[in-house]
Design a protein around this ligand. Structure first.
Ligand SMILES: NC(=O)c1ccc[n+]([C@@H]2O[C@H](COP(=O)([O-])OP(=O)(O)OC[C@H]3O[C@@H](n4cnc5c(N)ncnc54)[C@H](O)[C@@H]3O)[C@@H](O)[C@H]2O)c1
Length: 308
């Protein structure tokens, strides 16, 4: 059950990380209130058996609608909020105003709703995109600027209202259900190998490639923890290159037709610190790239075969 009896409320629940996080919470016996723009279990169906879906209480809610969100949070009386709702980089680049509304105003609405309902644990996803990089030593795009702004907003809600929050900075998370966003390319390469299809990587990079199952367990453990302050943390300090990814895939699927790219994706490749997160939940078992790729290959093959 949740640390203090109430359910865990998730925004962005139909998304990739939302689905994996719901599955981790349900398996651990938590009640879950799942919120998103629509009720769509297409991704959740890939990671949680249908029989276990009954534990999930779905509420349709747009995080840009502060009144609606406030009503849902007040009614659910959650012990913790996992705030994942956001637009990703391609959508953000295509429509910066809509992205600011979801990624910044929606973020403020979550803190306002938590303040009014007395929720004292918010776990939200910032992003490695918030980290400074390049000649300007700053986020490289508006998505990163908005995520950095979210971290500052969380700090102000701690300083002015005493709401503890934990901003986690995923980098590239992969696993079944990752079908959206620029860095979904990692998952798409593994899926193509599982299905015997060719895939051309759209970029080369050195990044943290982290398995969704590990990230969901981290979120689950955060909902059961207590801390003070507005903490911000990386999720891992391990990095891999896309060439290492391709070699790992080929080690498990000899002859996989994954073509590397000449386009270098500018990313921070060092200076990661997951100390603040470890201070909250302690150590956890990390999933190696080989194990994460193996599990993802297996799941894609099972899904293609019509099994879970
Ligand atoms: N997946 C990654 O590798 C990664 C990396 C860094 C940061 N993140 C962050 O983690 C979070 C979850 O990522 P994801 O991969 O699950 O993304 P996703 O795109 O799969 O899910 C985002 C969800 O937010 C919902 N949403 C969008 N606008 C909304 C609105 N106005 N109201 C309510 N819901 C809305 C979408 O419907 C979607 O289900 C996001 O904040 C993302 O920026 C993810």
């Amino acid at each position: 059950m949740s640390g203090d009896g109430g359910p865990v409320l998730i925004t962005g629940a139909t998304g990739f990380l939302g689905s994996w996080t719901i599955a981790a919470l349900v398996r651990a016996g938590h009640a879950v209130v799942a919120t998103d723009l629509v009720r769509d279990t297409r991704r959740l169906d890939q990671v949680l058996p249908a029989a276990e879906l009954a534990a999930v209480d779905w509420r349709v809610c747009d995080v840009t609608d502060g009144d609606a969100l406030r009503a849902v949070v007040a009614d659910a009386a959650p012990s913790a909020i996992v705030h994942l709702a956001a637009l990703q980089i391609p959508a953000c680049r295509a429509n910066p105003v809509a992205c600011a509304q979801v990624n910044v105003i929606g973020h403020i609405n979550v803190f306002e709703a938590a303040k009014d309902a007395g929720v004292d644990r918010i776990i939200y996803t910032s992003s490695a995109a918030a980290k400074p990089r390049g000649p300007a030593n700053a986020p490289a795009n508006l998505y990163g600027v908005f995520k950095k702004t979210d971290e500052e907003i969380a700090r102000i809600y701690w300083e002015e209202h005493g709401i503890p929050s934990l901003g986690l900075r995923p980098f590239i998370v992969y696993g079944v259900g990752r079908d959206d966003g620029e860095t979904a390319a990692i998952t798409k390469a593994i899926r193509a190998a599982a299905l015997g299809e060719p895939y051309a990587m759209p970029f080369s990079t050195r990044s943290c490639l982290q398995y969704a199952g590990e990230v969901a367990e981290i979120f689950r453990r955060c909902t059961e923890a207590r801390w003070q302050g507005a903490l911000v943390s990386d999720l891992t300090t391990e990095t891999s290159t896309t060439d290492e990814l391709i070699a790992t895939i080929r080690g498990q699927v000899p002859g996989a037709a994954i073509t590397p790219s000449d386009r270098q994706r500018v990313s921070p490749s060092d200076g990661f610190d997951n100390g603040p997160l470890k201070g909250v939940i302690g150590d956890w078992p990390a999933t190696s790239l080989a194990d994460g790729v193996a599990d993802t290959l297996r799941r894609f093959r099972e899904l293609a075969a019509g099994a879970r």
